[in-house]
Write a protein that binds this ligand. Sequence first.
Ligand SMILES: [Zn+2]
Length: 137
Amino acid sequence: MKDCIFCKITQGEIKSYIVKESPNFLAVLDIHPHSPGHTLVIPKEHFVNLKELKLELAEEFIKMIQEIMILLEKVFMTNDFTLGINEGPLAGQTVSHLHFHIMPRFKNDRGGSIHSVVYNPPQESLEVIYQRIKNES
Ligand SMILES: [Zn+2]
């Protein structure tokens, strides 16, 4: 997609630190790393978010994530990671091209769990929320 920085990276128009490549994905170092080895797994095809990702690519996507984790475990001597996707602008997605963050974690790295990303507990009871979801599914 024109003017998409991640499309330019996957097409080689912008230089990046490529950690690993598979037929449909590229793993590159995040240019604003939040931890040593912070890596992004990016599909070569432009998908805005996870819902758009073609299901036939899901296995290759997960495999790439696992391989990067194994690689980073060896390099950085840690088995701990924060993994995730900022899905949509309210969740902090700044590039509208699906990318998966792999952040190695370390003792005393001043980070929190994924629970620390948001704290907006519902006003409704769990029963009400559950029924709203069940009514839609
Ligand atoms: Zn793109």
